[in-house]
Design a protein around this ligand. Structure first.
Ligand code: FES
Length: 166
């Protein structure tokens, strides 16, 4: 059974073994270079979608590094994820300005629309739903960020047009 997905270089299109083989190639290309661990982890996350512990072990072994070093880097930087993620990340701001102007209603509406709780991934793996403290758009609260795009003065009624961009 094959499944159509809407991205071209997509983890969902490759089986587990193919993903590991591709990551092995990346490691072999970069492992002798100084400071290559972060580059390898970035590529591995792009290929695999996230960085579970098993994959970190594989990377550590192949790079000749202790697992603790790999784990330390993955857990230090917020752009690395150890849990599965959607192709797009929605961050609803719940900083003070957004909270008092209805941020919580946006959380409830999006949880309902996407059928996922904050911290989760939608069934089609399209979105990860998260909350944030402040995304720098307090003057036009409440705000939501999807990947690198900021949506301002949002309301439950404007969520569909935002989601339709993706
Ligand atoms: S509090 Fe939401 S953008 Fe600052």
């Amino acid at each position: 059974m094959s499944e159509h997905t809407d991205c071209c270089f997509c983890a969902a299109n490759m089986d587990e073994q193919a993903k590991y083989e591709q990551i092995a190639q990346v490691i072999d290309t970069y492992k002798e270079k100084e400071g290559s661990l972060i580059m390898v982890l970035h590529s591995a996350q792009q290929i695999y979608g996230y960085l579970p512990l098993e994959l970190q072990k594989f990377i550590a072994d192949r790079m000749g590094l202790p697992l603790s070093e790999v784990y330390g880097v993955v857990s230090f930087y917020s752009f690395f994820s150890m849990t599965e993620r959607g192709r797009h990340t929605i961050r609803i701001c719940l900083g003070t300005a957004c909270y008092v102007r209805g941020g919580k209603k946006l959380v409830d509406a999006l949880e309902e629309k996407l059928q996922v709780k904050v911290g989760g991934v939608t069934a089609d793996k399209k979105f990860t739903l998260e909350v944030a403290r402040c995304i720098g758009a307090c003057g036009l609260a409440p705000a939501i960020m999807v990947d690198n795009d900021v949506y301002k003065t949002m309301s439950p009624a404007t969520l569909d047009s935002m989601l339709n961009q993706y």
